[in-house]
Design a protein around this ligand. Sequence first.
Ligand SMILES: Nc1nc2c(ncn2[C@@H]2O[C@H](COP(=O)(O)OP(=O)(O)OP(=O)(O)O)[C@@H](O)[C@H]2O)c(=O)[nH]1
Ligand SMILES: [Mg+2]
Length: 351
Amino acid sequence: MTIPHDFTSQPCRIFRQIEKSLEKKKSALLEQSVLLIGPGESGKSTVLKQIRAMCGGYTKHELEEKKLLILRNLWTFSDMLLEYVIKNYLDMNETDKKKYKVMIEELKFCVMSGGHMGDELAETVKVFWLCAPIQEAYEKRNTYHLTESAGYFFENIDRIKMPDFQPTNQDIVRIRVPTTGVVTADVILKNIKLSVIDCGGQRQERRKWYHYFDDVHAVLFVAAISEYDQKLVEDESVNRMDEALNLYHIVFNGKYFTKAACILFLNKIDLFREKVKSVSIKKFHPGFEGANTAEDGAKYFRRKFRDGMHPDFKKRLYCHETCAISDQVQIIINTVIDTVVQENLKDTGMI
Ligand SMILES: Nc1nc2c(ncn2[C@@H]2O[C@H](COP(=O)(O)OP(=O)(O)OP(=O)(O)O)[C@@H](O)[C@H]2O)c(=O)[nH]1
Ligand SMILES: [Mg+2]
């Protein structure tokens, strides 16, 4: 096509209009939205944190906020551990109980005052963490919903206590803050304007998901495969894996996401590999017939996520076993983004 030299001429105006609309189309194609859903504590926000890390990480101010969240986690985890010891009459003398109650108050004060721990408090926290009844309470953590990350922060006290402590990506992905409502993060990744919508996963949060069902390019369902023996925080009578499966079938067997790329992360595969060494799958999921290994277990749960789904959906589903706290997951996220773009280009007839 020859470009006319007279820019005010009719053909030239038309040419520029076509060019503009093509440019618009091009940039519209590069805007992709991804919805993160799944039950509470499955790892959705952790996936978002990894995406943030891939896009250059955090500002100084955000890092200060993360530092406070780590202190807050240490305070609440200490409180939960001591409460378990007291409620279950584990062997701890009254002097120690009093001492650790004061320690928890001091941790709380640290968070409230936005300060740092100091050597003396850090030493008490270390002794607290290593004492026998607290270790015993930590062993039982799955029974009272103490998050897996608790041990990580106690083991890193020497670093966390420093006045110039700067949280690393590994520290940040271990932080546990349940999401309330919906958090949207707009990032640029692989030349794509990516809008990531991270939803709270506990039952009371799920009503808000629905508002995002129509417009997203991709939906990423995150289920924690390691939680096959655990109960929901919000309903102690329900097994977490059963909840994940029910939720998944409701969401994907409905009339939604007919065009969106659908991805399933069977997350916390690291904890799953450890857990199958000592916890029977069959005890919690009587339909399981294989050997109690990570391989057979993962195969079984993968099948459970596919059973009863429409054959077209099965063809469209991308499933990955993931460990969202490992930086290796960034490779999978890269693949997922490529897939999402490919799927959407296919839909628009561009490839
Ligand atoms: N070991 C291990 N821990 C993980 C993994 N993924 C997430 N976690 C931890 O699990 C906890 C919960 O993760 P979140 O990302 O907050 O879970 P969520 O799905 O956003 O939870 P809600 O916001 O309540 O819906 C955090 O402390 C994470 O560090 C994983 O693959 N392995
Ligand atoms: Mg969350």
